[in-house]
Design a protein. Structure first.
Length: 235
């Protein structure tokens, strides 16, 4: 029992952030390396113990660490192999995946799967679960969306995941200063009737995408410097 309590507390995000500190000052923050491009590095986590909705009881949150684009997938426990295969088929195999130490992804099944696919996996550091806190923030955003839209019985949340995903991916991200959708496609989604411009050759789109991704990389570097400065202020 003591070991279980220790492991739970050490991986608890709220405990780590809110409890008083009684140890020596920590070393300076070492930010995660910026991904080389979109869908090359992912972070994944589960929102678990949700009310049953069409037999789903959890949501898988997948975040592209470069563009910040998120994918929300309804799941039952950890049975998401098919959904992950669909993500990989659309975006290719990532180079690395960051997962929470206490999540279902820390099981031997997922670790072995990533090894066979030659995907590097990184667990959040023990006692410091904010190693990659962006997925936690996305989780909170998704939970807020669901709280606003689900029925009073809370048994239809799975039907709102696509809307929540669309809303999140089309909102400006604080790190990149643009929406994940714009980072990936070089434009914002159109809500008007479909219109094909006659003066937008493929070459212009390619140049625009390269420019967009350059700006994103610069904004990510700036965001990391701000975060590091904030975390190191008392160290």
């Amino acid at each position: 029992m003591n070991q279980f309590i220790e492991e739970y507390v050490s991986s608890c995000q709220k405990c780590s952030r809110n409890k008083n500190i009684h140890h020596k000052k920590l070393g300076l923050l070492k930010p995660l390396q910026i991904p080389s491009g979109h869908w090359s590095s992912l972070s994944m986590d589960f929102i678990t113990q949700l009310p049953l909705s069409n037999n789903f009881d959890s949501a898988l949150v997948v975040v592209d660490r470069f563009s910040k684009m998120a994918i929300f997938i309804a799941a039952y426990g950890a049975s998401t192999a098919l959904e992950l295969a669909q993500i990989f088929s659309k975006h290719g195999l990532p180079v690395s995946i960051f997962i929470d130490r206490g999540s279902l992804f820390a099981s031997s099944f997922w670790i072995n799967l990533c090894q066979k696919l030659e995907i590097a996996t990184y667990l959040s550091t023990a006692f410091h679960p904010k190693t990659d806190g962006q997925t936690e923030r996305v989780n909170q955003t998704l939970e807020q969306h669901l709280q606003m839209y689900v029925s009073s019985h809370q048994d239809d949340w799975h039907t709102w995941l696509l809307l929540a995903e669309f809303a999140y991916n089309n909102a400006e991200h604080s790190s990149t200063k643009q929406s994940p959708f714009f980072t990936i496609y070089g434009r914002n989604p159109s809500f008007d009737s479909i219109h094909i411009s006659q003066d937008s050759p493929a070459g212009n789109l390619s140049t625009k995408l390269q420019s967009v991704q350059k700006v994103v990389k610069e904004e990510l570097e700036s965001a990391i410097r701000r975060f590091k400065k904030y975390e190191d202020r008392d160290r």
